[in-house]
Design a protein around this ligand. Structure first.
Ligand code: PMV
Length: 323
């Protein structure tokens, strides 16, 4: 058994298919350069200790046997439940100290899911289990469902596999797409979105209209499959069109917002191939697909529309042991 490991996992950016992917449909997600870093140290006493200063968790301790029970501060929930789920299946005889650091928790890049991935990958390394990506995914997804009660698992898949994935609900299909990185501009609205709440609102909005909702999700599913082909061919005009089309369905679902609409419209006017919100909606980020020549103009237009342009690499490496 190792005493200490350092592990990192990337955040994610949803490219196409959000919301529909919660309900047995595919999406396309890419892993981003913003990474969660975690140190896992085995300690003598049977105590779980979590330090996550980015989310205001400092000096938090608990008996290992109590992990997952009682009051858990919001910022510690994902790490603690990941430890609990993992050690239920693969017990460790000692205590554990987990320290995380990310610096990107506000953008909706999936810092919580990346922290789950770090814990799962780190514990596998500590115990010398060498779990493969599929096993890491299953354990991590179980934690997501345990904490949030809902979610497709696309974010933990991006954290584990990295790259750009064609992903089907619950990991029924996880296909790494062999592509180079995408020419994207990412604009942050400055508004933090609550994913679980927005999923609930969509369900409420369409109560008694499940047929209509299913038609919308089917149409999203169809366009995601077509976008996958455009992506593989590096057909940016085609992919941009699918992004715009996807945005129309997200508007119909009622998850866009005035700010997102303004930023998306500005990006398109400035010459982007396509632009849409990314993730649950309501806030967080929008993405625009651009040519080299229009990149700056699109970025400027997003800023003029009130957004903040963030530097985001995409299609990056998945979870890795740093030391
Ligand atoms: O808000 P985000 O970036 O975590 O994305 C949510 C995407 C959903 O499809 C709405 C939820 C999910 O788990 O797939």
């Amino acid at each position: 058994m190792k005493e200490k490991v350092e592990v990192s996992a990337p955040g994610k950016l949803m490219l196409l298919g959000e919301h529909a992917v919660v309900y047995n449909r595919p999406c396309i997600v890419t892993a981003v350069g913003q990474r969660m870093h975690a140190t896992l140290e085995v300690t003598d006493e049977k105590i779980l200790s979590i330090e996550a200063p980015d989310v205001q968790v400092t000096g938090y301790t608990k008996l290992m046997s109590e992990a997952g029970k009682g009051e858990i501060p919001k910022g510690a929930r994902f790490v603690e439940m990941a430890v609990k789920n993992f050690t239920n299946q693969h017990p460790i005889p000692n205590g554990l100290r987990v320290t995380t650091r990310s610096g990107f928790s506000e953008f909706g890049f999936g810092s919580s899911s990346a922290s789950i991935v770090c814990v799962t990958k780190g514990l596998s390394e500590i115990l010398g289990l060498g779990l493969d990506n599929r096993s890491l995914f299953n354990l991590s997804y179980q934690t997501v469902l345990g904490v949030q009660g809902t979610g497709s698992g696309f974010d933990v898949a991006a954290g584990i596999y990295g790259g750009t994935l064609y992903f089907f609900t619950g990991g029924k299909e996880i296909e790494p797409l062999e592509i180079e990185s995408l020419p994207l501009v990412v604009g942050y609205t400055g508004i933090k979105a609550d994913t679980t709440e927005i999923i609930r609102e969509v369900a409420q909005r369409f109560e008694g209209q499940s047929q209509l909702l299913n038609i919308l999700y089917d149409q999203i599913s169809t366009l995601v499959k077509k976008a996958r082909v455009s992506l593989k061919l590096r057909d940016w005009t085609g992919l941009g069109d699918w992004m715009n089309y996807n945005q129309e369905f997200l508007t119909k679902l009622g998850v866009s917002s005035q700010k997102l609409d303004d930023m998306i419209a500005a990006a398109r006017r400035a010459g982007a191939f396509g632009a849409k919100l990314s993730g649950a909606g309501g806030g967080d980020c929008m993405i625009a697909l651009v040519a080299d020549e229009t990149r700056e103009k699109v970025a400027e237009a997003i800023i003029q529309a009130g957004g903040q342009v963030i530097n985001v690499d995409n299609n990056v490496e998945g979870a890795r042991i740093e030391s």
